[in-house]
Design a protein around this ligand. Structure first.
Ligand SMILES: [Mg+2]
Length: 84
């Protein structure tokens, strides 16, 4: 997949997700949990694909969700938080 396609899919997913779920958690643990949930879905989709029970398309969807949530995590980091 071309990088332009990958990034377009991720930006589209961020836009969709921000409209569908505008409230992003305010604490880092719950923010990270959202990213981790999507990463878990990516792993499940990959396992399903490996066992001929899933599709490449489903892996792509979950990888896009994972990237989009990681970017939302970064977008929402408070500037006032301590940077160590
Ligand atoms: Mg997902």
């Amino acid at each position: 997949m071309k990088i332009e396609t990958v990034l377009a899919q991720i930006f589209s997913e961020i836009d969709r997700a921000e409209k569908l779920h505008p409230d992003w958690p305010t604490d880092p643990i719950h923010q990270a949990a959202v990213v981790t949930e999507e990463a878990g879905e990516l792993l499940q989709a990959s396992l399903n694909r490996d066992e001929q029970k899933g599709t490449k398309r489903q892996m792509i969807i979950e990888a896009t969700h994972t990237a989009a949530t990681a970017i939302r995590f970064l977008k929402n980091i408070e500037e006032s938080e301590n940077h160590e």
